[in-house]
Ligand binder design. Structure first.
Ligand code: ADP
Length: 432
């Protein structure tokens, strides 16, 4: 447990991807957003920075060649005399970075040091599209703010509590030992955030809730949270497994890929097929955007309807499976662009899982668009919540706490049976 921290600090949160960098500048404690923005289309002629400050948007269009240059531009803009929220960048007290893959090593957010950097590089093998730009963001921020603590918050960390029985694939065991092939799970910062919020709304301690959290955005994942900890999640070695998503297939028979290989598809084509051309887009042939599909289905398009039906059916199967895994369910939580905004999809999903004790209040559901709300009937055995995710605020909180001198506490037995590394300063003491 941590004592309350009162010190004021400005925390910069960076989410660096290969083609965009998002940023948020927070005043901590309290997570007030001072400024935010993003650099898009990195590497293209038309790259641009959009900076939001005091209710106004400021746009800079210029070629930004890489993540390093994007961070430079963001820091310049944050300290700009007219649109900046800072007099100088030295006012930034700490920087929090979203990092997609922390392998089995990181069970929590950590202060970044050389060993952490080496590990993020090592796990780039498992997340080749994400960890390298995440790392570029860290190195660039370190370069410009060498005396400022930098924190890494991993999408995988919340799922480090998943037991071996749930994270092992039934493949030859050596593949786990040799290549680390297992379920890692993603969207962990979001699942943790909404599970904690649901517990708080219910007046429960964070380790007192059993919940099924549904993060439904472009990427979608469902997590079983038992006593506040992730015990299973739908995404696997990569974010491709699980429920169908905007352009990703989710679960499929792996033999489909061998079959297609026999028809002449190569590895890259299969990768593109499953990650970019499948899911809602592949099924509908129209769009990966749920708003478009709902509109087309309403007008009678059969393929749009099919895509929506498959999407809901597969979520129903995960919710049912996780209800079995959890034994008792206190709450089902919806988050992500679809989960937070689509009254129609929440109704369709909830009405398909009434057997686990979910009873939706249609009026409350209708009123709950992009805001936190309880949407079950008074008699519902299981609560249903809409909780807008706030991964950046969660990163800011972790960063703030770690930067304020949380001491290394680790010796947590991690799920693989190894002792978590002693060098890490971790944040969330676990129960038990
Ligand atoms: P990402 O995973 O990229 O962060 P989001 O969480 O923003 O994406 O979710 C994007 C998805 O949310 C898209 O499929 C979009 O159509 C859907 N969405 C956003 N608003 C609505 C809405 N009002 N009704 C239905 N779907 C919505």
């Amino acid at each position: 447990m941590f004592e309350r921290i009162a010190a004021k600090m400005k925390v910069l949160v960076i989410n660096a991807g290969s083609s965009s960098v998002k940023y948020y500048l927070y005043q901590m404690p309290g997570a007030e957003v001072l400024a935010r923005g993003l650099v898009e289309k990195i590497g293209e002629e038309t790259s641009a920075l959009s900076h939001y400050y005091h209710g106004k948007i400021h746009t800079i269009t210029s070629k930004v060649k890489d993540v390093q240059k994007a961070i430079e531009l963001i820091l310049q803009t944050l300290a700009d005399k007219e649109v900046g929220a800072l007099q100088q960048i030295s006012e930034i007290g700490a920087v929090g970075h979203r990092v997609v893959h922390g392998g089995e090593e990181f069970t929590d957010s950590v202060i970044i040091n050389e060993k952490v950097i080496a590990s993020i590089k090592k796990f780039a093998d498992l997340a080749p599209l994400h960890n390298p730009p995440n790392l570029d963001g860290i190195l660039a921020a370190q370069h410009h703010l060498p005396n400022v603590k930098q924190v890494a918050c991993f999408d995988t960390a919340f799922h480090s509590t998943i037991p071996k029985v749930a994270y092992m694939y039934a493949l030859p065991y050596e593949l786990y030992e040799k290549y680390g092939i297992r379920r890692y799970g993603f969207h962990g910062i979001s699942h943790r955030y909404v599970a904690r919020r649901a517990a708080a709304i219910m007046g429960k301690g964070k380790y007192d809730i059993n919940a099924i959290t549904c993060h439904l955005g472009n990427g979608c994942s469902v997590t079983a949270v038992k006593e506040g900890e992730s015990i299973d999640t739908s995404m696997g070695l990569t974010p491709l497994e699980g429920v169908p998503m905007g352009t990703r297939s989710g679960d499929l028979d792996p033999a489909i890929l061998f079959y297609l290989a026999g028809k002449g598809y190569d590895v890259n084509e299969l990768n593109t097929l499953c990650n970019k051309q499948s899911g809602l887009l592949g099924l509908s042939g129209i769009s990966n955007d749920m708003r478009n599909l709902q509109e087309c289905a309403r007008k009678g398009d059969a393929r749009a309807k099919l895509a929506i039906d498959v999407f809901c059916y597969r979520i129903k199967k995960y919710v049912g499976a996780y209800a079995a895994v959890l034994d008792t369910v206190d709450a089902v939580v919806f988050t992500g662009g679809i989960g937070e905004n689509s009254v129609f999809m929440r109704e369709k999903i909830c009405n398909s899982v009434t057997q686990i004790g979910v009873q939706l209040d249609l009026t409350k559901n209708k009123d709950a668009v992009a805001k936190e709300a309880e949407i079950n009937t008074k008699d519902s055995k299981v609560k249903v919540f809409v909780i807008p995710t706030n991964e950046q605020a969660a990163i800011a909180n972790d960063t703030y706490k770690l930067a304020n001198g949380k001491q290394p506490i680790v010796s947590k037995q991690n799920p693989s049976g190894n002792i978590a590394q002693e060098h890490m300063e971790t944040l969330h003491g676990r129960k038990g």
